[in-house]
Write a protein that binds this ligand. Structure first.
Ligand SMILES: Cc1cc2nc3c(=O)[nH]c(=O)nc-3n(C[C@H](O)[C@H](O)[C@H](O)COP(=O)(O)OP(=O)(O)OC[C@H]3O[C@@H](n4cnc5c(N)ncnc54)[C@H](O)[C@@H]3O)c2cc1C
Length: 403
């Protein structure tokens, strides 16, 4: 009987207090994952998440929901593989259906260069226990019979890599799942509260200034993704970030035909079908820095053309809407996870185009760092100080950046 009762959960209303143990700036999937992990696994619930708009209004509600472990370095493959495994248990952990669905990722190759890159990635993946395999063009059709192997006659498919564990999760369910689970454990989530200053004295962060007054904090965490440079600037920290726009579009809903992600490593476009039947298309970031989330016609025209080359049936699909989000891109296309040069001011930034898939492991390991000081070996390579010491984790090939 209880299975039939719909649970309605709202975030409690709270007065903004003058002090918390931890203030997390940004109510996206990463800030909320951190809040949940602090409360659930470390008993730290004197936590405020400050979100200037509504939770999930940033990249967390705008991404294309792709979860995969097929990255390209010995540091990133185990990181995202662990996160993907955590996604599999997330609904039970949060007691919230996040619509997690394992459907596989197909990465088509149209040139010998990309085929070679994919072959090398497969070897790396296998070393870390991630299942990926190379497919011939004939095997591609067994996975997805709708692919035009000539790619519109322009760039024939010569092979592919296939990652059966590739998955999706409903992005706003993940946001609300973390938020309501954190809220039930005593975390305060304040929407409509903007941080306009960071209080730093003698190289140590003491709290933030908000549009509703000052708030002291033992630790402050920046989880504002596309606005990370701005928040860091308030603390006197310069980050090596470029802010870039990433776009997507969705069609009207159709009978389910596509299962899993179909992407092209050379045409830089990917397609999937949601549980509602809409076909979602994404491509690479725009080639310039911007804080604008205005969508462009060029993107739709170009991404639609490339998608139709790969999946000709898409020619008849009707566009429903398009949108844009901001990505904070690091020089090595890997995240920034750790304490900044200002003590007690932590960065959960550099989320680029990978921050949704990483949220479970980023939240877990950053919570442990805040609670115990221990740095999990999985995130040690992503310490924000690495650029000063020339210790980069270069993974642009996995990141969907502009060519
Ligand atoms: C079109 C698109 C497709 C994508 N596809 C994927 C994908 O398939 N897989 C994947 O892993 N990633 C993807 N990404 C990237 C992913 O969406 C982001 O990396 C991720 O959502 C970042 O989450 P976050 O919680 O760190 O930040 P966000 O969700 O951006 O949240 C930051 C929040 O901070 C708030 N904020 C900003 N400044 C302040 C302030 N001064 N005071 C208070 N609040 C503030 C904002 O309002 C915002 O809600 C995609 C991104 C886009 C745009």
């Amino acid at each position: 009987m209880t299975g039939l009762i719909r649970r309605r959960e709202f975030l409690g209303e709270h007065e903004l207090r003058s002090r918390y143990d931890v203030v997390i700036v940004g109510g996206g999937v990463n800030g909320l994952s951190l809040a949940f992990h602090l409360a659930e696994y470390h008993g730290i619930s004197d936590v405020a998440v400050l979100e200037r708009s509504y939770i999930g209004s940033g990249g967390s509600g705008r991404n294309t929901q792709v979860l995969r472990a097929t990255y390209n370095t010995p540091e990133t493959v185990p990181l995202y593989a662990t996160s993907l495994a955590m996604y599999g248990d997330l609904a039970q952990e949060l007691d919230y259906n996040v619509l997690f669905s394992t459907q596989g990722n197909l990465d088509l190759c149209h040139s010998t260069d990309t085929l070679q890159v994919e072959r090398e990635k497969v070897l790396l993946h296998r070393h870390y226990g991630v299942q990926t395999e190379m497919l011939s063009p004939e095997q591609v059709l067994e996975v997805c019979p709708f692919v035009d192997l000539t790619a519109g006659g322009e760039l024939p498919v010569i092979g592919a890599s296939y990652h059966p564990a590739g998955a999706f999760a409903r992005h706003d369910s993940v946001v609300w799942g973390y938020a309501s689970a954190a809220n039930r454990r005593g975390v305060e989530i304040h929407q409509g509260v903007e941080v306009i200053g960071v209080d730093v004295v003698d190289g140590s962060c003491r709290g933030v200034v908000t549009n509703q007054g000052p708030v002291a904090a033992g630790r402050v965490v920046s989880a504002v993704a596309g606005w990370s440079s701005e928040l860091a600037r308030m603390a006197g920290v310069r980050l090596p970030l470029q802010t870039m726009a990433l776009q997507a579009f969705v069609t009207e809903a159709y009978t389910p035909v596509l299962w899993g992600l179909v992407s092209s490593m050379d045409l830089y476009v990917y397609t999937q079908q949601t549980a509602r039947g809409e076909l979602v298309v994404g491509a690479e970031t725009l080639p310039y820095n911007t804080y604008s989330t205005r969508s462009t016609f060029d993107f739709v025209a170009e991404a639609a053309k490339r998608t139709i080359q790969l999946l000709p049936f898409m020619e008849k699909a009707r566009l429903l809407r398009q949108w844009t989000g901001l990505c904070d891109m690091t020089p090595d296309s890997s995240p920034l996870l750790g304490e900044s040069e200002v003590s007690n001011f932590f960065l959960m930034s550099g989320m680029g185009t990978w921050g949704f898939k990483g949220a479970p492991i980023f939240g877990k390991t950053m919570a442990e760092m805040l609670a115990t000081g221990r740095v999990d070996p999985l995130i040690a390579p992503f310490d924000p100080g690495r650029f000063r010491e020339d210790r980069m984790v270069p993974d642009a090939a996995s990141a969907g950046t502009h060519r």
